[in-house]
Write a protein that binds this ligand. Structure first.
Ligand SMILES: [Zn+2]
Ligand SMILES: [Zn+2]
Length: 374
């Protein structure tokens, strides 16, 4: 499924500010809102597209993820249902925008219809899983209709009754100073009903908490802190409102060998003084297994070898990063008498010729002498 660029959808530049994004969205929303285009599928699609784009670009965190990783960074298409309920519940998320557009009754006269809250799920994965992509099954809380009372909340054999406080309207008028204002009924909380004999299994809520499993598709190249949106898998809405969304936030476990920096990987590579001095071939780890690396003679500690394309595949561009091997020349330990003797012999042969064999140390000594004005 290919998706249009969110900036393109809203018709703004990538550097557009909050106000410009909001303005562009209002314009599209006015034009394509389902209330204004009844039974027009194309307008509905356009409205949903614009809504999604605005939802992403108006949220600093989502916008940052999108700017860096594109749709994969915020992609709601990963196994999730279409954000179809989206426009139905527009009043909650965008009440501030639509309040003045569609009149105060932006909720279309439905009272106490709320979109469910968004949920966040922290998912820890390994670096290998992040690099290759993975499929994970997670368990998330959900709410289901109570099987005992079938959602009514009333004990089997009994029925909810109209609320006596509001006569079933769900709203009561309250006098405040000179004004009479409408308020949600405090007794029935707007439902208009009371349950004299609550169902024992759900305590009258009509719903029970359950766990459900969800397949999460992790795209290859995903980075720490990125979020995957699963539309409609958040908390259920209230009184027929649409559910919220589930955000799976990715946390990548620390790796024993590699450190990640965006799409590049770094690793430390200890080599012996003889390999460093004489050169040689060594084995180094990559995400795809061991690879061989030629070490040229006279390699110094701190030297970095770049293995092109052995890093992480970018989640958006699919271009591979590099693997940087940082050479650490290791001082030999646990030497035998014979080995020490050889090293002393080497030291003797090299003495008097420091400039030739230790150019760095020699240069450093010269600087120190200059510093002391010697
Ligand atoms: Zn029940
Ligand atoms: Zn009531």
């Amino acid at each position: 499924m290919s998706k249009r660029d969110y900036y393109e959808v809203l018709g703004v530049n990538r550097d557009a500010g909050d106000d410009e994004i909001k303005k562009a969205y209002r314009k599209l929303a006015m034009k394509f809102h389902p209330d204004r285009n009844p039974d027009n599928k194309e307008a509905e699609e356009k409205f949903k597209e614009a809504k999604e784009a605005y939802e992403m670009l108006s949220d600093p965190q989502k916008k940052a993820a999108y700017d860096r990783y594109g749709h994969a960074g915020v992609d709601p298409s990963m196994g999730a249902g279409p954000g179809a309920q989206g426009f139905d519940g527009f009043a909650d998320a965008f009440g501030d925008i639509f309040g003045d557009l569609f009149g105060g009754g932006g909720r279309g006269g439905r009272s106490n219809v709320y979109r469910g809250a968004d949920l966040r799920y922290n998912l820890e994965i390994t670096l290998e899983e992040a690099a290759r992509g993975a499929e994970k099954t997670i368990r998330i809380p959900t709410v289901e209709e109570c099987g005992t009372c079938h959602g009514s909340g009333a004990k089997p054999g009994t029925h909810p009754k109209p609320c006596p406080t509001c006569q079933g309207h769900g709203q009561v008028r309250v006098q405040q100073g000179f004004f009479s204002i409408q308020q949600t009924c405090p007794k029935c909380h707007g439902s208009g009903k009371i349950i004299p004999d609550p169902c024992r299994d759900c305590g009258g809520a009509g719903r029970t908490k359950k766990q459900k499993t969800l397949e999460v598709k992790i795209p290859a190249g995903i980075d720490d802190g990125m979020r995957l949106r699963h539309a409609g898998h958040g908390e259920p809405g209230l009184n027929g409102g649409p559910p919220g969304d589930l955000y799976v936030e990715i946390h990548i476990r620390k790796h024993a060998v590699f450190e990640r920096d965006h799409d590049d990987l770094h690793c430390e590579m200890p080599i012996s003084i003889t390999t460093a001095a004489l050169g040689g071939e060594i084995e180094i780890p990559t995400l795809e297994g061991m690879a061989r690396l030629k070490i040229p003679a006279e390699t110094q500690s701190g030297k970095v070898f770049r293995l092109r394309g052995k890093g992480i595949k970018n989640v958006r561009s699919h271009v591979h990063g590099d693997l940087m091997c940082h050479v650490v020349v290791e001082t030999p330990v646990n030497l035998t008498e014979r080995q020490k003797e050889l090293l002393r012999e080497f030291e003797e042969s090299a003495s008097g010729n420091a400039t030739r064999h230790n150019p760095k140390a020699q240069g450093w000594m010269d600087k120190v002498r200059d510093f002391f004005g010697g």
